[in-house]
Design a protein around this ligand. Structure first.
Ligand code: ADP
Ligand code: MG
Ligand code: MG
Length: 890
């Protein structure tokens, strides 16, 4: 079996299609080398080795050692250098690379192969300062990544040394200085680990390879995988690659770039570089890098020379490479490069992470540029990412001024690393951010810089602010991926974690203070700014238009308030799929009447109370019909257990007593009567309509009177769809449909206006799904209430599931939370059965779903396959469902 694949030097064993086996980095290094781009040669140890390693309790396949030796010998041949040969040393980097990119999760070791003899040899060839600087970097990195020593320890030794020698900057250290630092480094290793720093390059190599494989199971990698749904059994590959040096002096450099702007998608070459630097220096944020293109430098007002001016031929070549890569991969690329003494080398390319706004702009631009088709553009965007575009931003200074507000109180500025805006309270610690967010607090994580250990806190925070690091720092990359606004590299920001405060431009802010982060402009503003809603036209509108052309599923929204209904229509909803009338009852003004109705002893008492509610319900529906125009609205009659409306406090009871004329004592007794031990399976849904028909009668009347009134206003023709909840047998529906029809006829007779309407039911009990054939005789539509259907099929109450579902998902019993993603094997089967039986009885029956699942892309895809007519979801998820439906249809 082949475990090792070579790349570079004119040929490659692998290519981009072998990402699963070679990891993203390895596959793309192979592909770039095949394209004839300048890639330092090397080899990739496949992900299959990682999988085998963990399957066997961390033992390598028997043939691996020989294959690595052969590959190393071949690499020596290609480079004309010898691994461990002081005369002409081959140094390598050892780099991890999984199938999915996991930024910062796995650690790279550079300059591997150095020891005392090799360093001395290298000094003779390339200069002694370079050789010993490289050697000490290697010791530092290797000790940290492979031997598990703290990074700070080495920083301390270095700082200590510099202080004693009266030196300030690293660049002031001579070769002899570095030699002395190296001695101290090695002593520290010996002291802490009880064994010397390894001198044997092969031992170093295997140490690093194992460290990469081991890091696959590190806590931070596990957390990242969990957050991003990456299975543990994918494994990582290891890339061993001959070194090129960006730290050989002023004709050398290293950098990272995006072929387009990853925060807004505009087609300008975007990136940063450092002269005379190596590898992670750019990303780590130790020195602040300079922009690559002049255009970017101008936008940023940067005073450092862009690469375009510092090294014009290299810049030109880099732009050519970028164009080649974009045309080849047909996507925006995130590239890493190094310039060794004026020669450009490519070290990595991958499809670049981007904000949702950039993703849409790039996809639309690439269609216009003829690089990709509309369908490719649609498939390229993760529907859930659209969420980022639907959320608020900060008003521009002009808008703010026009609104008559004072200018923003800008506390400090930094780099605009990830767009969007957020308001929240200052927190300095990731754990604390997580804990407060879990309690529902909006928090802003403020850090000197971030590391992979902060991921949990970054995810929990509304936005992230850092004092150090560039646009490609860890904080920036991760924040963009998560869709959190981020301001980084804020040099005025001084954080004092011990005191729980930060200062900026002479002002002090304490933990818990409210700030607003403006990720678009890189500003942090004192206090809470009120944010404004996004623009849904332009590129976004065009893109969504392509989605609408392709999808066959219709998308409706779950909405009952005018605000939600309006939002839904703005987001492209084609109607309301679920209007929950009980939400209209909780209003402070109405609740006494509702309670009186529920607690009345008899029908007369109930009817009196209902008469008070009728005009209120009618005007609710009028408003919704007015907003919807000719779009249909599915209105569900009262569903929750009466129990939920009961008065709790003495004050509540006194209020009802006053409104109803019943005594407090009597009311208490009635309330006790109505108490249920299992309300979810209790006196709710159509059971209310069966036991208290006057309630449904009032609601039906309110719906039809509202529809007639709106029709009489002219122009609009409302399409009410009256929905009976929680039906189990066709007899329930027969009785209630008759009630609704009679009410409709009465209203039409009274008003002289007859309108089209439908009566249908929710399918949310397994029995209803099975009896769908009979139920469809009365039902003109089915709406699958997949929240309840999941509860009743799985026998799990959603409200209590939190206690055990996380453990279930850990153990892989339910792969996904069944309340988020439809359980296709169970609930999905019932949906299919009901759809089939319903259609058999009534071929034109309208079918849709209205649970939370309606906005979940995987569930939308299921609904498409199951042949439903529409999905209905919360207003903010409507665009997500539109795109998911289009993707399902492509
Ligand atoms: P990550 O996955 O965190 O991006 P990489 O494996 O890409 O880690 O390594 C980080 C950086 O190290 C690269 O961007 C590059 O600058 C440097 N590097 C890696 N391999 C080499 C090499 N063979 N020669 C020179 N620099 C390298
Ligand atoms: Mg790294
Ligand atoms: Mg990299």
């Amino acid at each position: 079996e082949t475990w090792v694949y070579a790349f570079g030097g004119g040929t490659s064993d692998g290519d981009a299609s072998m990402r699963n086996l070679l990891g993203g980095k390895g596959a793309n290094l192979a592909e770039m080398a095949k394209l004839g781009l300048p890639v330092p040669p090397g080899f990739t140890i496949s992900t299959a080795v990682c999988v085998a390693y963990y399957d066997t309790g961390r033992v390598y396949p028997a043939t691996l050692d020989a294959q690595v030796s052969d590959a190393l010998a071949a690499l020596e041949g290609k480079t004309g250098k010898g691994f461990g040969d002081p005369e002409n040393p081959l140094l390598v980097s050892v780099r991890s690379g999984a199938r999915a990119s996991m930024p910062g999760m796995m650690d790279t070791v550079l300059n591997l192969g150095l020891n005392e003899a090799v360093a001395a040899g290298l000094a003779g060839k390339a200069g002694d300062r370079f050789a010993y600087d490289s050697y000490r970097r290697f010791i530092q990195m290797y000790s940290n990544v492979v031997l598990g020593m703290g990074h700070d320890e080495f920083e301390h030794i270095l700082d200590d040394y510099k202080e004693r020698e009266g030196l300030d900057l690293d660049t002031e250290l001579t070769a002899d200085n570095w030699k002395q630092v190296i001695v101290r480094y090695k002593e520290a290793v010996q002291k802490e680990l009880g064994r010397p720093f390894p001198e044997d390059p092969r031992e170093q190599l295997w140490g690093a390879i194992s460290a990469v494989f081991d890091s696959w199971m590190s806590d931070r990698a596990i957390i990242y995988r969990k957050l991003n749904d990456i299975p543990a059994n994918w494994g990582t590959a290891v890339n061993v690659q001959s070194m090129v040096f960006g730290n050989l002096g002023d004709t050398s450099a290293t950098g990272v770039a995006f072929t387009r702007d990853p925060s807004n998608g505009s087609p300008i070459f975007y990136g940063e570089y450092l002269i005379n630097a190596q590898g992670e220096d750019v990303v780590a944020g130790i020195r602040t890098p300079a922009p690559i293109s002049r255009e970017r430098a101008n936008t940023l007002g940067s005073s450092d020379a862009p690469l375009e001016e510092a090294m014009p031929p290299v810049y030109k070549q880099l732009v050519d490479v970028a164009n080649t890569l974009e045309r080849h991969y047909k996507d925006m690329q995130d590239i890493e490069f190094t310039v060794e003494d004026g020669t450009l080398y490519m070290l990595q390319t991958r499809n670049g992470k981007r904000t949702a706004a950039a993703a849409v702009k790039i996809a639309v631009d690439m269609v216009r540029e003829g690089l990709i088709t509309e369908e490719e553009a649609l498939l390229r965007i993760d529907p859930t990412a659209l969420d980022q575009l639907l959320h608020p931003r900060i008003p521009s200074d002009d808008e703010n001024k026009k609104a008559g507000n004072a200018a923003y109180d800008v506390a400090f500025k930094g780099l605009p690393a990830s767009p969007g805006a957020a308001v929240g309270r200052v927190v300095f610690d990731s754990e604390e951010a997580f804990a407060l967010a879990a309690k529902g607090e909006d928090v802003i994580l403020v850090r000197v810089e971030t590391s992979p250990d902060d991921i949990k806190g970054m995810h929990a925070a509304r936005a992230i602010v850092t004092a150090r690091g560039g646009m490609t720092s860890h904080a920036a990359v991760v924040a963009r991926g998560m869709g959190r606004p981020c301001v980084c590299g804020a040099s005025d920001l001084r954080i004092n974690t011990a005191k729980g405060e930060f200062t900026a431009r002479g002002r002090t802010f304490k933990k818990g203070d409210m700030i607003t982060v403006d990720g678009v402009n890189g500003r942090v503003i004192a206090g809470a700014v009120s944010l404004i809603n996004p623009d849904l036209s332009g590129d976004f509108g065009e893109f969504m238009g392509w989605a609408d052309k392709r999808r066959t599923l219709k998308v409706r929204a779950n909405a009952e308030t005018p605000l939600d209904t309006r939002t839904a229509v703005e987001f492209g909803a084609e109607g309301v799929g679920l209007c929950r009338t009980e939400h209209m009852f909780f209003d402070e003004e109405r609740i006494p009447a509702v309670r009186t109705m529920i607690l009345s002893n008899d029908e007369t008492g109930r009817r009196e109370a209902l008469a008070k509610l009728l005009p209120m319900q009618r005007s609710d529906f009028e408003e919704i019909f007015r907003i919807l125009g000719d779009r249909p609205a599915t209105i569900r009659l009262l569903d929750p257990p009466l129990h939920e409306f009961l008065p709790h406090t003495d004050e509540d009871i006194a209020g009802v007593a006053k409104a109803s004329g019943l005594s407090a004592e009597e009311l208490r007794r009635r309330a006790a009567d109505l108490h249920e031990s299992n309300p979810m399976l209790g006196h709710r849904g159509c059971r209310l309509g069966i036991t208290y028909p006057e309630i449904y009668e009032m609601q039906a009347r309110a719906i039809f009177e509202a529809a007639v009134n709106i029709f009489k206003e002219g122009k609009l023709k409302p399409v009410p769809e009256v929905m009976i909840p929680l039906v189990a047998t066709h007899r329930e529906l027969d009785i209630l449909k008759k009630l609704v029809d009679e009410t409709a006829q009465k209203v039409f007779a009274e008003t002289g206006v007859t309108l089209d309407y439908m009566v249908g039911t929710m399918i949310e009990l397994p029995r209803a799904a099975l009896a769908a054939g009979e139920i469809a005789q009365a039902a003109e539509f089915f709406s699958f209430g997949t929240n309840d259907l999941t509860q009743t099929t799985l026998g799990i109450s959603r409200d209590d599931a939190g206690k055990f579902l996380p453990i279930y998902s850990e153990k892989g019993i339910y792969e996904k939370d069944p309340f988020v993603t439809l359980d296709q094997e169970g609930v999905g089967e019932l949906v299919k059965i009901a759809a089939e039986r319903g259609r058999k009885t009534r071929p034109d029956i309208k079918l849709g779903i209205c649970g939370e699942h309606g906005g979940d892309p995987a569930s939308v895809e299921f609904c498409h396959r199951a042949g439903l007519d529409y999905v209905s979801c919360s207003p903010y998820r409507v665009p997500i469902a539109r795109l998911a439906a289009a993707q399902a249809a492509i």
